[in-house]
Design a protein around this ligand. Structure first.
Ligand SMILES: CC(C)(COP(=O)(O)OP(=O)(O)OC[C@H]1O[C@@H](n2cnc3c(N)ncnc32)[C@H](O)[C@@H]1OP(=O)(O)O)[C@@H](O)C(=O)NCCC(=O)NCCS
Length: 481
């Protein structure tokens, strides 16, 4: 006689149980957060000496209290709160408030903030203008850049301000050689230098209105508006018309609703909400820095975050999660993983979704996204792929974990989560931008309170003292007559 089947529902783990287990485990594994080495007490001791490599690797650009990444421990903090704890207890809207204002909101503050976010979701005029362009022929990140610029229909905080840069500063900012700071040859492509803060008594291009409500309103318009733009782009690419936002839904639920035209389940909304929290800010990454560089010229914030979207569109920054899905599809069955890893590493190719410039420990975001992907692994769109992913993680960590400190990064499991939520592959990076808008605006807003135009310099390696040769005396081989 066949054994009676066990009650399946008794085995079923709820999403909240999954989240709680993942966050407890992550907090246990990461341990206490530790401050920057330069901290003495609760202040940074200036000047700070650091080693800078090409691409400004290791350079300090500013002080910030928005967020902190401790790559050695695998720890990510927003305004003092561990991102892992925020995933368990908070929402994306609350995290956006936290990043912008620096503290968790009271109930009344949150309600008023949320009301404005809901109000700014409605963009009929911007969508009409956007739809007069051939969006379906554009890369979704290009369409998102266009939409973000079109959002700027009213005066921005720049227009309301008469603050032009000081001429003397503009000139100083354009010089490559600062006599007292000329470089000494070190014999390698890294430089050691001391970073000092811009002295408080020197004249600065301080944005007087950076801390006023007009500035914050623009940040809110962008944080809210980018979700409407992204959903509209997804629908138009699918030959569907954009649909109106639903004011009764939270940020993540409304985003899924505007993309799919169906109200998501609370579980789907909660999962996307967590993914948005995890991507909201991440130190001085390339897109955040790009946004800050543009803002530091006193260009308006729409131009600044559009630069951020441009930087994020590159495959070295956003976009790796798409490559992970393609990689998993190419590997196919879990039984192919071992041979695939051996071949890939032998050919000195990178395994997508592994390794990180800053994290030399397990990426805390992957610690949460991994269990979420597992929770969704029964979904037909990722069922086979999840098994392949976990087998791949085991093989790559066995080969490179101890040897090169290479572990899964945020992109390894986020693609599986998005795929299970029915988000199309080309929309993965725009979803990243939706979330990162909170970090871009918070950091730009913070930087402008004590603005100094960004102006690093290059070591000139070209020729000197060449005599100008008129065009009719130049020969086509490149040798001048
Ligand atoms: C993210 C990334 C660019 C970080 O690069 P980095 O810190 O500059 O590290 P490097 O590229 O210098 O790599 C250091 C070593 O680890 C190896 N390595 C790094 N990432 C690897 C990966 N994903 N797969 C295999 N080997 C990897 C490199 O080959 C190099 O080995 P070597 O010292 O023998 O030459 C890199 O890990 C990568 O390309 N990962 C895959 C793409 C990805 O997932 N991007 C998303 C990042 S969130």
């Amino acid at each position: 006689m066949a054994k009676p089947r066990r009650n399946q529902s008794a085995k079923h783990t709820t999403l909240e149980q999954t989240i709680r287990k993942a966050t407890r485990q992550a907090l246990h594994d990461i341990g206490e957060s530790t401050p920057e080495a330069a901290w003495v007490g609760n202040k940074v001791q200036w000047p700070v000496t650091c080693t800078v490599g090409p691409g400004l690797e290791g350079a300090i650009a500013c002080e910030s209290s928005v967020g902190y990444v401790n790559g050695a421990r695998g720890n990510l903090i927003y305004r003092g709160y561990d991102v892992v704890e925020l995933c368990e207890s908070s929402t994306f809207e609350e995290v956006a408030f936290l990043l912008l204002y620096g503290d968790l909101p009271t109930r009344r503050e949150f309600e008023s903030f949320n009301q404005r976010l809901v109000q700014y979701r409605f963009l009929p005029h911007t969508l009409r203008m956007m739809m007069s362009s051939p969006l379906e022929q554009m890369h979704p990140m290009a369409a998102l850049r266009l939409g973000t610029i079109l959002l700027r229909q009213r005066l921005s905080w720049r227009d309301q301000d008469a603050g032009e840069p000081e001429e003397s500063e503009a000139i100083a900012a354009d010089e490559d050689t600062v006599p007292s700071e000329e470089s000494e040859q070190q014999g390698e492509s890294r430089a050691e230098y001391q970073f000092r803060l811009w002295p408080a008594d020197k004249p600065q291009n301080v944005r007087k209105s950076a801390d006023n409500s007009a500035g914050i309103q623009t940040c809110l318009r962008l944080i809210s508006g980018i979700a409407t733009l992204t959903a509209a782009i997804a629908r138009i690419r699918n030959e569907k018309l954009p649909i109106d936002p639903d004011p009764s839904l939270g940020y993540a639920a409304n985003l899924l609703y505007m993309m799919h035209g169906i109200r998501p389940s609370p579980e789907e909304a909660r999962i996307l909400d967590i993914a948005l929290i995890l991507h909201a800010d991440h130190g001085m990454n390339a897109s955040t820095f790009a946004a800050m560089v543009v803002a530091s010229t006193m260009a308006d914030i729409y131009a600044s975050v559009t630069a951020g979207i441009g930087a994020l569109s590159g495959p070295l920054h956003g976009g790796a999660n798409e490559a992970v899905i393609e990689q998993l599809q190419a590997i196919g069955d879990p039984s192919n993983v071992k041979a695939w890893v051996v071949k890939t590493l032998r050919n000195k190719q990178k395994v997508m979704g592994f390794g990180h410039r800053v994290y030399k420990a397990y990426d805390p975001r992957a610690r949460i996204l991994g269990p979420l992907a597992k929770h969704l692994s029964g979904h037909p769109s990722i069922a086979g792929m999840y098994q392949t992913a976990t087998t791949l993680e085991k093989e790559v960590v066995a080969a490179l974990g101890r040897k090169k400190a290479i572990f899964p990064n945020v992109d390894f499991y986020s693609g599986l989560v998005y795929q299970a939520l029915g988000i199309p592959l080309p929309m993965f990076t725009p979803i990243f931008a939706v979330s990162r808008m909170a970090g871009w605006t918070a950091r730009v807003f913070e930087y402008l309170k004590n603005n100094r135009i960004f102006r690093p310099r290059a070591i000139y390696t070209g020729p000197m003292d060449l005599a100008y040769v008129p065009m009719n005396q130049r020969n086509e081989t490149g040798e001048n007559t």
